[in-house]
Design a protein around this ligand. Structure first.
Ligand code: ATP
Ligand code: HMH
Length: 268
């Protein structure tokens, strides 16, 4: 049996809804073998981030090298990379190990407002990681930071996608989860736009939606899907995960990573 292998380079969310935990759950449900390189440990729950402990650069590097040189990686995603030196080291190890299919989720701020990327590190992301990326998946506030422009309409999402594409990534997905109305995401390949729409579900349980969405794209790329098909599946996956809420915690609860698998079984 050959299995597809995906690696997440991201922070740990003790609450299990975002970060490494969300990524590994998503990989598993989508039938991909999941591996992890931790960049930071966060003490976190549905109410907020209570502590952030970055790991030493050597520890991050060793984890990436260990899995890449033995097990192999078909696709990789990055999540929380909180400081410029971490971004630089991660980019260097992805390049040195020739890891294909890089999905960059440019995590900057947690749902409760805590900063997960230090303010002066955005340039490092643009300079070192984006030229290696197959896809970047900013939400609206992240796209605003990357472009320096306010985004309030679908037309402005498209302009932002064009701008971010010029940093060297092959595809850009601008997520419209933070706009009103339907949950509309834009995919730009440098020439044409595609739109992915789902009905907005009224819920406060959206912790880790971005991590889960980008992990689903990574899973599908690991299996050999095109970027367009990977985003189609990821949109379906996150829509199911948001709709079929678990209702956990007192704040922004996690999404339901089983929901997509459950729905597939019901269709069989
Ligand atoms: N209430 C909702 N109903 C349906 N889809 C949603 C809703 N909120 C977000 N989405 C979808 O979820 C995906 C993730 O988008 P979102 O903008 O929430 O990411 P994010 O802000 O990076 O998440 P996080 O920072 O919590 O990880 C997108 O496909 C978006 O359209
Ligand atoms: C560890 C971690 N990564 C990413 C996010 C963004 O949702 C979060 N809240 N925590």
């Amino acid at each position: 049996m050959t299995v597809s292998r995906a690696l997440t380079i991201a922070g740990s969310d003790s609450g299990g809804g975002a970060g490494i935990q969300a990524d590994l759950k998503t990989f598993t449900v989508l039938g991909v073998y999941g591996m992890s390189a931790l960049t930071a440990i966060t003490a976190q729950n549905t109410l907020g981030v209570h502590g952030i402990y970055n790991l030493p650069l050597e520890a991050i590097e060793q984890q990436i090298d260990a899995v890449a040189t033995d097990i192999g990686v078909d696709a990789v995603k990055t999540g929380m990379l909180s400081q410029a030196p971490i971004i630089e080291r991660v980019a260097e190890r992805i390049k040195a190990n020739n890891i294909p299919n890089l999905v960059v989720d440019p995590v900057m701020v947690a749902k409760g407002g805590a900063r997960l990327l230090e303010q002066d590190s955005q340039q490092a992301l643009i300079r070192h990681l984006l030229p290696l990326a197959t896809v970047i998946t900013p939400n609206l506030p992240e796209a605003e930071v990357l472009t320096g422009r306010t985004i309030t309409t679908v037309e402005e999402m498209k302009e932002a996608a064009r701008h971010i594409h010029s940093f060297g990534t092959r595809y850009v997905v601008v997520k419209g989860g933070h706009l009103d109305g339907d949950a509309l995401d834009i995919l730009f390949d440098g020439e044409t736009f595609a739109e992915f729409v789902a009905p907005r579900h009224e819920t406060k349980h959206t912790h880790g939606t971005g991590c889960t969405f980008s992990a689903a794209i990574t899973s599908e790329l690991a299996k050999g899907a095109s970027v367009h098909d990977a985003v189609t599946t990821a949109k379906h996956f996150i829509t199911c995960a948001i709709q079929d809420t678990l209702g956990l915690g007192q704040g922004h609860g996690p999404t339901n990573h089983w929901a997509y698998g459950k729905r597939q079984h019901q269709l069989i």
